[in-house]
Design a protein. Structure first.
Length: 83
């Protein structure tokens, strides 16, 4: 899959958007089981969101760039809130 985004100097940008990673309030993602891609949303203060499709490697890389350190995330389908 060809990347539809680029991260340089703390800015994530694609063909029709650009934002500073540090201005992203939170990030959400969901696995599309049919394609194996993750659908990511970057939630920005204006109440808008930027959406991109990425593979797992790009998801982890983007999250690490956003958090400014390496996150040790376990990705999966289990709902952590179910007891």
């Amino acid at each position: 899959m060809k990347s539809m985004f680029k991260i340089e100097n703390g800015v994530i940008h694609g063909s029709s958007y650009a934002t500073l990673l540090r201005t992203v309030e939170f990030v959400t993602w969901r696995l599309n089981e049919d394609s194996g891609e993750y659908w990511m949303k970057f939630h920005v203060p204006s109440g808008k969101e930027i959406r991109i499709k990425v593979n797992e490697e790009d998801l982890r890389s983007i999250l690490n760039d956003w958090a400014e350190y390496e996150l040790k995330l376990e990705l999966g389908d289990e709902d952590e809130l179910d007891y």
